[in-house]
Design a protein around this ligand. Structure first.
Ligand SMILES: [Zn+2]
Ligand SMILES: [Zn+2]
Length: 256
């Protein structure tokens, strides 16, 4: 499987876009500002979007994408997320005040978008890729996605998470991974904030990787806060992880 990194930053700035990954021409993980990197033709090809959680940096371009596609779509755009996340999106975004409820437009029978509630640990296969949601530990209900392709290659994308017993249990349950795609939002000196906001620091990440029953072949990192990127990178460089670590960059195509 090939993953295109459209956005992987923990914030915005010139050349920096928030979480959005394209796993093939029809399927996205999250809908942050990285989604805006796609041309109109590429946007038209998107059929499925898996959302990790309701935070702005992961969903902000979803309403705009739906608006862009409105008059062109023949089939609804399928959006998948935890029931709590869909409820939040309906209540706070697609509520006719911030944005129209596109799941009822142009009519309820053939809407432009369909919100699909996903159940953790229940696999869904699309275009030769199996997607299984698993719960992580963040400040709002959040899931990651475990992707396995036809060759058996596997990637777990945690979305935003901190390190704790629950997420550890979930990842251990997934077994061997080719790639663990996770985050490292804050530097070590903001440990308290990281734990409060439920994100990772280099020290927490190191603990996390060492606690896993199976060390992933590669760890891909994202979501570094723009104003602390230098500091986080320097701390990551000091880690001695027993795996290949890669800091994601917008615009990359990576093979799992
Ligand atoms: Zn978040
Ligand atoms: Zn985030």
């Amino acid at each position: 499987m090939k993953v295109e990194i459209l956005g992987c930053s923990g914030g915005m700035g010139a050349g920096q876009y928030t979480t959005c990954y394209r796993v093939n021409e029809h399927i996205l993980l999250d809908a942050g500002t990285g989604l805006g990197q796609l041309t109109h033709d590429e946007q038209l090809k998107i059929k499925h979007i898996f959302i990790t959680h309701s935070h702005m940096d992961h969903i902000c371009f979803l309403p705009l994408l739906i608006d862009n596609l409105f008059e062109h779509l023949e089939e609804p755009l399928e959006v998948y997320a935890l029931p709590e996340v869909l409820e939040t999106l309906r209540t706070h975004i697609f509520n006719w005040e911030i944005w129209p409820d596109f799941s009822t437009l142009p009519n309820e029978k053939t809407p432009v978008v369909r919100f699909n509630a996903i159940t953790p640990n229940q696999p869904l296969t699309l275009e030769g890729l199996t997607f299984t949601a698993f719960l992580v530990e963040h400040i709002v209900p959040t899931c990651g996605y475990h992707l396995v392709d036809q060759q058996g290659e596997s990637l777990a994308f945690t979305g935003d998470t901190t390190f704790g017993p629950e997420v550890l249990k979930e990842l251990n349950r997934l077994g061997k991974l080719d790639v663990l795609m996770t985050e490292c939002a804050f530097p070590n000196r903001l440990d308290e904030l990281a734990k409060l906001a439920k994100h990772l620091t280099p020290a927490l990440l190191s603990e996390f990787i060492q606690a896993l029953e199976h060390t992933p072949k590669q760890v891909w990192l994202s979501h570094l806060k723009p104003s602390q990127t230098k500091e986080i990178k320097a701390e990551l460089a000091q880690l001695n992880l027993q795996t290949k670590m890669h800091l994601l960059e917008s615009g990359e195509f990576l093979e799992v």
